[in-house]
Design a binder for this molecule. Structure first.
Ligand code: ADP
Ligand code: MG
Length: 617
């Protein structure tokens, strides 16, 4: 819990205790109002001062109608009509709601940044020669902290003792460690690698680099879902309407009946009932719950809008290699023309040395021997084709048929099933290597799951037609496009996007090799975290941390469940609200009933939201 959260919890407990004490005292002693009022005012001020201050400030800024205003006017009105305990309780309950909301936001933020692995959990504070472990939030400017090797730097500061090297990769992507010494800057979020250092803190945690990055993540996660936007827009119209209705309720009947106090009471009750706590709290909470629940399963969702989009998925597009298949090819046959098998493999491995493509990695591991880098020159990689390189004295081509055709060389026609790696030496065909890939264990299950949810499946691949069709058939994929270049993949996705229905969304999942543009273009881009490139994790909206393709099905189910809960909460809260508002206007409900109606609705809505967090497969 942060300092801020502890403080608000303390306020809640303190004012609750004082409220109970005041209520008991009032019940026993039955004091007159000038004694009762100050006794209740103490807990009221403790719990409500910030709401009052905020509403005054907002009015000064011309933003009158927000929830602070609603709370302030309803409770002040209650006090004016002598309903002291009600006033304190309403404010207290509102703060409990806020507390819960902050707590939930903090939790989900923690789990998201845990995945990003940059959030510092503690700082070793040096005070009077003693070292204590504290929350980074509790460290102030000028404090001295100690950072041991292997620890994250919790706050920004300046090194005053010791020297070390920092791993800055989480912040900069730079993989080389940086050497640092006295009077160098220590940036939070880096990892201290080698030495023990003392750092004088130069900014509070709220202003620190790591917190700013966390805020960025949060902002990306404030890529708000349409349903969340709905609440913001809703509040903008709702609050003034309610306030004017209350005003009308206090004035108009009074003109006819003259009973001002009674109608004022009804108007105030009306205002208290109208507080949309339940809606305001439960909808973001449902989304946070969904995102949090997903992150526990190793699915990182960058924003609630992606969760919402996912629930509307209509077309799912997959890259083949490394996504539906393992991407670790095994060599099944080697067919040289003039040279030996060993030589053919050797040339292939040398040519592929600098490539990260799954084919390259597999060939290198099959070759298994040390590669002499000094022999490799002039490497060019053609996306969707293969490699051209100079190995020793020879020009080597290693790639598919398209690559050979590009250089006007005729490649063997291959009957074998499998991906073919053709090799040419000095512009002459030298043979081919047949390699084959394995379909991932969970691919078929996931495709069936998507189909059962009415999602159409499309597979894209740069591989041979025979191989692509074979994989698609085995998995039962609806539509398959083969022998594509990276740009073809973007074009096909564009086309599919225009074909789908207006509200339906297109999902694309790839391993990030040659498909980052498609990931960014799709409504929902899903990247595989483990083997995917950094670029694809950046471009993606959802990252599956452990490469388990089956988790796409899990994520889809989770999104549908979350959205169902959100809709339930909206309908439930609005329904109860409107009926109580009508009852309140006719004086059928009292202020206490109104308070409990709101507590009840909020609690039920929150409990309902919490279901998104619970495990269920
Ligand atoms: P996929 O759509 O199957 O993920 P890519 O677009 O990454 O495939 O590549 C398409 C085809 O281009 C591969 O099947 C392979 O024939 C060829 N290719 C691409 N990169 C390489 C490489 N580094 N070495 C050999 N062949 C390659
Ligand atoms: Mg690929």
């Amino acid at each position: 819990m942060s300092k801020k959260q502890k403080k608000s919890l303390l306020r809640i407990i303190l004012s609750a205790v004082l409220l109970i004490a005041a209520a008991v005292f009032e019940h026993i002693a039955e004091p007159s109002w000038y004694i009762a009022l100050p006794i209740f005012l103490v807990p009221y001020i403790i719990i409500g001062y910030d709401v009052l201050v905020k509403s005054v400030k907002n009015i000064a800024h011309g933003q009158v109608f927000d929830e602070n205003f609603l709370m302030a006017i309803a409770t002040i009105g209650a006090i004016a009509t002598g309903q002291y305990p009600e006033a304190v309780f309403v404010m207290l309950f509102y703060q409990v709601g806020e507390f819960f909301q902050n707590w939930a936001v903090g939790k989900s933020r923690q789990s998201i940044s845990e995945l990003m692995d940059i959030r510092p959990d503690y700082a070793n504070l040096i005070k009077d020669g003693e070292i204590t472990t504290v929350d980074p939030y509790d460290v102030v400017i000028g404090d001295i902290i100690l950072i041991k090797p292997g620890e994250k730097i919790p706050l920004d500061g300046e090194i005053i003792e010791g020297s070390s090297s920092f791993d800055t990769s989480a912040l900069t992507g730079e993989s080389l460690p940086r050497d640092v010494g006295v009077s160098d800057k220590a940036t939070s979020g880096c990892v201290n690698l080698s030495g023990v250092i003392k750092v004088k803190v130069t900014s509070e945690f709220g202003e620190s680099t790591v917190n700013k990055i966390l805020e960025l993540i949060e902002e990306s996660s404030s890529n708000k879902a349409a349903s969340e936007d709905f609440i913001t827009k809703f509040a903008k119209y709702y609050t003034p309407i309610v306030v004017f209705c209350a005003l009308a309720l206090a004035i108009i009947p009074t003109i006819f009946t003259g009973e001002f106090k009674m109608w004022l009471m009804r108007a105030l009750t009306f205002l208290v009932i109208s507080c949309p706590c339940a809606l305001v709290i439960s909808i973001p909470l449902s989304f946070f719950g969904g995102i949090g629940g997903a992150s526990r399963k190793g699915i990182l969702i960058k924003g609630s809008c992606y969760l919402e989009n996912l629930s509307k998925a209509e077309i799912a597009v997959f890259d083949k290699t490394g996504t539906l298949t393992e991407g670790t090819f095994s060599v099944t046959a080697v067919h040289p023309t003039d040279i030996s098998e060993e030589e053919l493999i050797e040339y292939a491995a040398y040519a592929e040395y600098f490539s990260e493509h799954p084919i390259a990695c597999s060939v290198k591991s099959f070759y298994g021997k040390e590669i002499d880098k000094s022999k490799i020159h002039d490497v060019k990689e053609f996306a969707g084709h293969g490699i051209e390189a100079e190995i020793g004295e020879h020009k080597i081509l290693a790639g598919n048929k398209k690559l050979c055709e590009m250089h006007g060389i005729e490649a063997d026609d291959c009957e074998q099933t499998g991906t073919i790696l053709h090799i040419c030496i000095d512009w002459k065909y030298a043979g081919h290597i047949v390699i084959s890939d394995k379909i991932k264990e969970n691919s078929a299950k996931m495709i069936t799951e998507l189909k059962n949810n009415g999602v159409k499946n499309v597979m894209l691949t740069g591989d041979r037609d025979a191989v692509g069709k074979d994989v698609a058939n085995t998995l039962g994929i609806d539509e398959v496009h083969t022998e594509l270049l990276p740009t073809d993949k973007v074009n096909i996705v564009e086309e599919l996007i225009t074909k789908k229905s207006k509200n339906g969304k297109l999902l694309f999942s790839g391993d990030g090799i040659n498909d980052a543009p498609v990931l960014a273009r799709a409504d929902i881009g899903i990247a595989m975290g483990g083997i995917g490139s950094d670029a694809s994790i950046e471009a993606a909206d959802i990252v599956i941390m452990d490469d388990d393709i089956g988790k796409i099905g899990t994520a889809l189910k989770l999104s549908k469940r979350t959205l169902k809960i959100v809709k339930e909460n909206i309908a439930f809260a609005l329904g109860i609200k409107i009926s109580f508002l009508i009852l309140g206007a006719f004086g059928i409900t009292t202020m206490w009933m109104a308070v409990f109606a709101d507590v009840g609705v909020s609690v039920i809505a929150i409990l309902n939201s919490m279901r998104t967090l619970r495990e269920k497969n």
